[in-house]
Write a protein that binds this ligand. Sequence first.
Ligand code: NAD
Ligand code: DAU
Length: 358
Amino acid sequence: MSLSKEKKSILITGGAGFIGSNFVHHWCQNYSDDQVIVLDALTYAGNRQNLADLENRKQFKFIQGDICDRPLIEKILKEEQVTTVAHFAAESHVDRSILGPDAFVQTNVIGTFTLLESFRHYWNEQGNPENSRFLHVSTDEVYGSLEADDPAFSEVTPYAPNSPYSASKAGSDHLARAYFHTYNLPTIITNCSNNYGPYHFPEKLIPLMCINILLGKPLPVYGDGQNIRDWLYVGDHCSALETVINKGKAGETYNIGGNNEVKNIDLVTMLCELMDELASDLPVKPAKELITFVKDRPSHDRRYAIDATKIKTELGWTPKETVENGLRKTIEWYLNDQKWWQPLLSKDYQEYYQKVYG
Ligand code: NAD
Ligand code: DAU
C-alpha cells in the first residue's frame, strides 16, 4: 500500500532539532497540502530559528511542549486529527548521556511510551484507520560495536547497546515493536547511521570540528582516532524516512545508511583540508595542525556500518550524496550561517565543553 498521495496531518516530534528540522523542511517542500504540526520542548538542542522560514505557512503549527505530557499529546492528536506521527524527539548525544543519563531515560523511554500509549487510544477511537503510521526514528547504535571484519548491521542483528543513550533508544525501539505485535498499532522503526548537514548542534563531531577550525581551537579526537562511523547526509535520511512513511510496511524495521564508512581521524583530516580550501582567513592554516588526540570516550563503540539492502530492495531507496560533496555543502552552510551557530556557543555550552574536554 502506498500512502504517498493521501493527504496527511503529520505530527513531527523533535522538529526543532537537527534531523527533525531538516525533515520538516523536506516535508513542507514536497507535501504543500499536508498539515504539519511540530511538537518540541526546545531543550538546549532545539532551536525555533531552524523553522523560522515556515512560521507563516498556512498549514504549519509549532507547539512548545514535552512528549512526556500525556494530556497535551492527547489534545494535539484529537484537535489536529493526526494521521501520521514522525517521532524524532530524543536526548541524542552520547557524551551527555555519560555525564547524566536521567534525561535520556525520561525522554527516550518514558516519552516514547507516552506517545505510543496516547496514539494507541486515539487510533482505537478513530476505528483503527489503515492509513495511520507511527514512525519511530532510531539509531544504529542499538546494535553495539563491530570489529573491523564483522558484517554490517542488518535488521536482524541482535541489540547490544553500550551507552546510556543507546540503551534508552533500544528501550524505546522495543516498545514501538511491542505496540505493533500486541495492539496492531502501525508502528515502523528505522535505525540510521551518523547524519551530518545543516542545523547540526555543535557538540557532535562534524559541527564541533568545523567551528573549532574557524575559531582556531584544538580539534579533540578521542582515543586513537581509528573508530569508524558510516556517514549519511541528512537530506538522504529525510528522503529515506519519506519513503518509509509512504511505502513501508507496518511492524517492520528498516536500516538506513550511507555506505560511507570513514575513520574519525580521516574524516577530521578531510574537514581540515576542505576548510583550508573554502574558508578565508583561518586563524591556523593548515587547519590539521589543530588536531589533538584526547582521552577516549568511555565504552567508545569501535565501528558502525549499516547494511541497507532491505530498504533498497523492498522500497527502492538509495542515498545520493557522497561524503566529499556532502561535507563540502555542510562546510559552506557553516561558513555562510555563522549567525546561526555563534549564539549556540553560550555559557551553558562552555560549561558542557569544560566538563567533557577539560
Ligand atoms: P537533536 O538532539 O538535534 O534534536 C532533538 C530534538 O528533540 C530537539 O529539538 C529537542 O528540543 C527535542 N526534545 C528533546 N527532548 C524532548 C522532549 N522531552 N519533548 C519534546 N521534544 C524534545 O537530535 P537529532 O540528532 O536531530 O536526532 C533526532 C532523532 O534521530 C533522535 O531520535 C536520534 O536518536 C535519531 N538519530 C540521530 C542520528 C544522528 O546522527 N544525529 C542518527 C540516527 C538516529
Ligand atoms: O550512529 C548514529 C548516532 O550518531 C546517533 O544515534 C547519535 O544521536 C549521534 O550523536 C551520533 O553518535 P556518535 O557518538 O557516533 O556521534 P558523535 O558526533 O558524538 O561522534 C562521532 C565520532 O567521533 C565518535 O566515534 C566519537 C568521535 N568524537 C566525537 C566528538 C564529539 C571525537 O573523536 N571527538 C569529539 O569531540
